[in-house]
Structure formats: structure tokens, C-alpha cells
Ligand binder design. Structure first.
Ligand code: ATP
Ligand code: MG
Length: 280
């Protein structure tokens, strides 16, 4: 067992960056004192997190704890009630260039083809036509959808629709990619394929990813760090340095450290799930 594997699960409460690359890279996103209320409902409060340049951070937590809400606040789609989110040092007051989001339910326009869906954001941002013509096929190819440029979403499988959503986000060449359970709606095999493909894409173009998932395996496989949200209102219960060797691939799933972190996250979340069951 490697030195890393023999380490106990390292946890940091609330904030901070890991000692190992790439999480020790310069801060890309800084969340401080973040709280969100919908009317009387305080969803989360006092969240302090920093995400490094090129770091993949996965976020897990019980249903309803505010994962989607947090992503929307980072994206600037909705405002925080307290605290602030800064990206590259400047506060977020609305959607901004360089930040892209992939939604749980694909979010494709059903009346647009794959090509038109992928080109949409670039057109909206008024990128020159020649650039769009060059970039769109590149990103369609990157996600393995070449040959389906003229297909409409209803003609695609769930996995293909998700690839299309991913290509649309990547085409904006974001520095920050926010992913809300991107693979939740696809079957287990497709999910595994997409996970490894996304990791390969990240190797090619390392960007800061905040990846929300309900799958503990996925959180540990994909994340350099795993953020565990818990409580009502929720807060950061733990930030776990995953500390697995790069590149992550199928072999990662058999690594002792993978099992160790997975079991740790599982037992942490199960306490919450059990508590929630008795409340229903
Ligand atoms: N627009 C809204 N207006 C009022 N309440 C909302 C709104 N969006 C979400 N909520 C509430 O805020 C809480 C957090 O919702 P959110 O969707 O962020 O949770 P989540 O952690 O993403 O859950 P899941 O894992 O089921 O996707 C829930 O109680 C939800 O009912
Ligand atoms: Mg959600």
C-alpha cells in the first residue's frame, strides 16, 4: 500500500485547500459565509469553501440539503442571502463568462439539433461565425457524438443527450464547470463510460469542476476533494482529501484508498439518511 493509501482519511472542517496538487493550485472560487434562504426556509448557512484552479471537487449530501441551490448561487443564477462567492477574486452578481453549468436533466432545446444545441451558447455570446464553425465540430467530436450533428434530442439516447449537454458547456471553454448530477439520468454502464470520458477530457483541458452527485462512488472516483454537506440548515460537515493517484481510471476503483474514502463518506452520510428516515 502506498504512503497515500495508508493515510487515514484526512478531513478539514469548513474550508481550506489540500496539500497535494491540483487542489493546492491558486484559488479559482472562494465561497465565504454563504447562506441561502427561500422565504422562511434556511437551506444552508455559513458555507466557507475554496476551489483551486483545475481542481475537481465533488459535493455530496442528502436530498434537499441545497446542493443544486449552492451550484446556482456559484453560477450567479440566484443570489445568496448571506455571504459571497468570488470567482477569480471578483464577486458573483449574475451569470458570467467562463462559468458553465451542466444540468441533471440535460437541459437541451428539443427543437434544436445537436449542432445547434452545442453552438447555442457561442451564438448567444456573439462569437464570430468562423470560430463557431471550427469549435462546434471539435467539441461534438470530443464527447463522441460525431455523426449525430443533425440529430434532434429525441433521436438520442439519454447518454448521448448528456454528452450533448456536456459539449455545449465545454464549447464555451469555461474555467469553471458546474455539474449538477450530470449522470443521474443514464444507466449504470453509460454512467461509468461517461465518468471515465469526463476524466479524460479533464486531463486534456484541466478546469475547475464542482460536481454534485448522489453517488458516493462517483464522488470519490471523480473528486480530488469531496465536500460533505449535512444538517438542517445544511453546512459543510467535512472536506475530504481523496488523495488517489492520477490519472483516475478503472484501476482506481480497486485502490485501497478508494475503498477507505468511500466507506468513510458512506458512514458519514448514512447517519444523516437514518435520521431523515425517522422524520418522514
Ligand atoms: N426556487 C425555490 N423556491 C423555494 N424553495 C426551493 C426552491 N428551490 C429549492 N427549494 C428548496 O430548497 C431546498 C434545497 O433544494 P435543492 O434543490 O438545492 O436541494 P438538493 O440538495 O439539490 O436536493 P436533491 O439532492 O434532491 O437534488 C429544498 O428544501 C427545496 O424544497
Ligand atoms: Mg439537486
Amino acid at each position: 500500500m502506498s504512503q497515500a493509501a495508508s493515510n487515514l482519511v484526512h478531513t478539514v472542517s469548513g474550508t481550506g485547500t489540500s496539500a497535494d496538487d491540483p487542489s493546492s493550485a491558486p484559488t479559482r472560487i472562494a465561497i465565504s459565509g454563504a447562506g441561502k434562504k427561500y422565504g422562511e426556509l434556511q437551506v444552508f448557512k455559513d458555507i466557507n469553501l475554496t476551489f483551486g484552479n483545475g481542481e475537481i471537487v465533488t459535493v455530496v449530501g442528502p436530498s434537499g440539503c441545497g446542493k443544486t441551490t449552492l451550484l446556482r448561487c456559484i453560477d450567479g443564477l440566484i443570489p445568496l442571502s448571506e455571504g459571497e462567492v468570488k470567482i477569480e477574486g471578483s464577486p458573483i452578481n449574475g451569470p458570467r463568462e467562463g462559468v458553465a453549468m451542466v444540468f441533471q436533466h440535460f437541459g437541451l432545446f428539443p427543437w434544436k439539433t445537436v449542432y445547434q444545441n452545442v453552438a447555442y451558447g457561442l451564438k448567444l455570446a456573439r462569437h464570430p461565425a468562423a470560430e463557431i464553425k471550427e469549435k462546434v465540430p471539435y467539441f461534438i467530436n470530443l464527447v463522441g457524438l460525431s455523426g449525430f450533428e443533425t440529430a434532434f434530442p429525441y433521436q438520442l439516447s439519454g447518454g448521448m443527450q448528456q454528452r450533448c449537454g456536456l459539449a455545449r458547456a465545454l464549447a464555451m471553454e469555461p474555467h469553471v464547470l458546474l455539474m449538477d448530477e450530470p449522470f443521474a439520468a443514464v444507466d449504470a454502464q453509460t454512467r461509468e463510460i461517461l465518468q471515465f470520458e469526463l476524466l479524460k477530457i479533464w486531463e486534456l483541458r484541466p478546469l475547475t469542476m464542482v460536481f454534485v452527485t448522489h453517488s458516493i462512488e462517483e464522488a470519490v472516483l471523480m473528486g480530488h476533494r469531496v465536500v460533505v454537506l449535512k444538517g438542517r440548515p445544511s453546512g459543510v460537515h467535512e472536506v475530504i482529501d481523496v488523495d488517489l493517484p492520477a490519472p483516475r481510471d478503472r484501476g482506481t476503483l480497486g485502490h485501497p484508498r478508494f475503498t477507505e474514502v468511500r466507506e468513510h463518506v458512506w458512514s458519514t452520510l448514512m447517519d444523516e439518511v437514518r435520521a431523515a428516515e425517522f422524520e418522514v
